[in-house]
Write a protein that binds this ligand. Sequence first.
Ligand SMILES: [Zn+2]
Length: 112
Amino acid sequence: MVASEQPLVGDDPQVLLPFLDELSVFLDRQLIYDETGGWPGPQYDHGPRGFRQFIVEQLHGDVDLFLKLRPVIAGEVAVGRNEICLCGSGIKFKRCHGGRLPQSKGELASIR
Ligand SMILES: [Zn+2]
């Protein structure tokens, strides 16, 4: 959340407008939950398990691909831009999954 990182100054539209944008999304989601009993969009578990679910979804549900890329995502292995991607494509990391993966520092440490 960008707005919460800045002090809220009531007469500064550059601060107030992004805050109101986020607030309107929050209220919109809450209204849908109140009406339907379910949150709009995907739902994830809390903590590392939910982070893993998010990443697997970003990889179009491909769990095998997640397991291949997991060491990179978890920050356990550093792959150079010109090294071959761990996904097995044979393509340089920078042209394959490099820069397109969510980066994690610790969220995946306890999840296999
Ligand atoms: Zn790849």
